[in-house]
Design a protein around this ligand. Structure first.
Ligand code: LLP
Length: 379
């Protein structure tokens, strides 16, 4: 990626930088891939809810996948129509459900029996029919980091297959709920397409079972999870949407009138964002050398929390690489972006880019150590 370094020199670091052109190209690729199918993509706001990003996504005509009342409000403020908003989450509060009901969102993805009853009651008070999909825990492994695996029996998400029967009975008794679909999500940063294939098999089984109970559903939502290439952001700036959608085309043939919904987050926004930091100090030791940045896990927590890899580049140096531990200023040892990392020889003041940080970067920033939240700029 070509960064506007002259512009960066004038800005206070650390900050997020987004490339709107790459975001638009990514969105166009998705639209191209799904144009011939009854596929509907919702953008998972949790990955990045920066208003500028949301505006571009809304312009592309993509819907929203929200997991809080705040996200539903942000999607609406960005102009995403309520008819394209799905709302998931294991712990929706009353006010959050009310935001959804009052705005007539497309669908609540319901994760438990007590939640069904609460949505029904709040809908009844408003004299409304809430549209719901049951989130089913498919017990399919996503072969990804255990913190971001969601579709196994031990995870807190969704309704387990063994409870489905009972939940369907209870759903049928709720006068203000309309069951319009089923929802699944197996995890995130998945590059192994066989995981999605496994999901398709399970969705087929569930759909078959529902048919045996004479339940036909118009909407199937398979969640998100498509991974990106953190190692080679320049060679692969756009996720492999073709292989991803092909899996569903091939392994999940839709019945007449059925629509397949996706909730993609990371694969839409990760590659268009970088965290830009400045080198505060280079501490050369006899056993190892540290590059100390003015950004830490307060701005990008993924390496500390998931041992995630982000490619790191020195934008100011063309000197041959040296090996450094690249760390932030926070008073914790986990505030380390990379160990023994080959970075062009670095000196105080050099600008550093942490790549592929457009997803789960800015949104996960904190003010720990009373730091300021990072600003964001877009070109
Ligand atoms: N739908 C549901 C129900 C989800 O839980 C998630 C992500 C998505 C869709 C979007 O998944 P994506 O397409 O972005 O993989 N903070 C972690 C990732 C957490 C993902 C949580 N759920 C990280 O930085 O890797």
């Amino acid at each position: 990626m070509k960064f506007p370094i002259d512009k960066f020199q004038k800005l206070r670091t650390p900050f997020y930088y987004y490339d709107s052109e790459l975001l638009r190209t990514t969105l166009n690729e998705i639209k191209k891939q799904i144009q011939k199918d009854p596929f509907v993509v919702h953008y998972a706001l949790k990955a990045n809810s920066n208003p500028e990003i949301l505006r571009i996504i809304r312009e592309a005509g993509i819907g929203a996948d929200c997991v809080s009342g705040g996200e539903v409000e942000a999607a609406l403020e960005a102009g995403i129509p309520a008819s394209k908003i799905v709302f998931a989450g294991v712990g929706k509060t009353n006010w959050e459900i009310e935001v959804g009901l009052d705005n007539d969102i497309f669908c609540f993805n319901v994760e438990s029996m007590p939640e069904l009853e609460v949505i029904n009651q709040l809908a009844r008070e408003r004299n409304k029919m809430a549209h719901i999909a049951l989130r089913i825990n498919p017990n399919v492994s996503a072969h990804t980091h255990h913190y971001i695996t969601t579709g196994m029996n031990e995870n807190k998400f969704g309704i387990s297959l063994s409870d489905l029967d009972r939940v369907l009975d209870v759903t049928a008794r709720q006068s203000n709920l309309k069951l319009i679909g089923i929802h699944f999500h197996i995890g995130s940063q998945i590059n192994d397409m066989t995981a999605f294939q496994g999901l398709c098999l399970r969705v087929n089984e569930v759909r078959q079972y529902l048919l045996s109970r004479r339940i036909t559903l118009e909407h199937i939502n398979v969640g998100g999870g498509l991974g990106i290439d953190y190692e080679h952001p320049d060679a692969f700036p756009i996720a492999d949407f073709k292989s991803y959608f092909d899996v569903f085309r091939r392994h999940l043939p839709l019945h007449d009138g059925q629509k397949l919904h996706f909730e993609l987050g990371r694969s839409i926004v990760a590659q268009c964002g970088s965290l830009i930091a400045r080198t505060l100090y280079v501490k050369e030791g006899s056993s190892r050398s540290f590059v100390i940045l003015d950004a830490g896990f307060t701005e990008l927590i993924r390496p500390a929390l998931y041992q995630a890899y982000h490619k790191i580049e020195n934008l100011s140096s063309e000197l041959p690489p040296k090996e450094y531990d690249i760390v932030g200023p926070i008073c914790e040892s986990s505030d380390t972006f990379a160990k023994a990392y080959a970075l062009n020889e670095t000196k105080r003041g050099d600008l550093i880019a942490l790549r592929s940080a457009g997803a789960y970067g800015e949104v996960m920033a904190s003010q720990y150590n009373l730091r300021k939240l990072p600003k964001a700029y877009m070109d």
